[in-house]
Ligand binder design. Sequence first.
Ligand SMILES: N[C@@H](CCC(=O)N[C@@H](CS)C(=O)NCC(=O)O)C(=O)O
Length: 307
Amino acid sequence: MLDLILHHYDASPFSQKAQKMLGIKQLPWHSVEMPMTAPKPDLEAITGGYRGTPVLQIGSDVFIDTVAIADALDHFFPQTTALTDDAKLFSDAMGLWADNLFAPVLGSAVALYAADWDEHFYNDRAAVFPALDFSTLPEAKEPMAARITQLARQLAAQLSDGRRYLDGDECSLADVHCWGILWFVQSGLPHVAEDLLGLERLTRWINRMESLGAGARQVSSYDEARAALRHLPVDPAGLPGARARSSRLNAWWDASVEVSAIDADRGHVTGILVGQGDRFTTLRVEGDNLPVRHVHFPRQGYDLHRA
Ligand SMILES: N[C@@H](CCC(=O)N[C@@H](CS)C(=O)NCC(=O)O)C(=O)O
């Protein structure tokens, strides 16, 4: 099997989610650390323009977003603990629920720290989240903290029958999605973390998640990531959820298109549309003096546009 290369930085709760998936599956992986702010020329050359974290590269297949990363890991490593079931409705829904939890967590982080950010970091994050008015968030610090605690109580209630994980006794992607955001609360929002201490079942579940580790990590470099692009990309027809080419997209197949996140500006990827099934949209990306690669986005959370 080809090496797993995770492009990421540790401070991101979404990078932590990807690392936790590798821990649950007990997989070895290569860590390529990206800068926290744009420009990220080495990463963007590989992805075709996406600058967010995390990104999983397997040879010349590039999986964007934790949802696509989970699908890819389950697909390529079927002998390891499954992160999702075949229907994927529950894990997708819990991913959206966790995004709902992320909103006040992000707002709280901006409220707490933005005044200390240097201009470059501040402007970068304001550009990533154009819908947020950073200047008014400090006024909402208390209601945002109360919202996080209310959602955390819902998680604790889900565990109240003594189950070990959110969906029963086996750990799944639902746990990963929710734990990743609470990891950020614990590491960056002490005033909220304090409020969660009384939720004993939740604390035990967090400890259980921590004990699953993060797989065996090895530091790697962009040179190694670029070298891995010599492998041919996989045929998107073999990926989970693949379908025959929809006639609705007749004018789009093999044409130049753009894919970008709906909820934030993490850059957009321009490429040739070569696959769209129920799980992935796949673009063939060329250029930047690199071999051809396939960049795979989840259907959830990303829009397709004509380039
Ligand atoms: N839905 C995405 C969200 C990823 C995300 O929001 N990542 C943030 C960091 S927490 C990001 O990429 N920010 C811009 C950057 O780091 O350049 C996922 O699950 O991977």
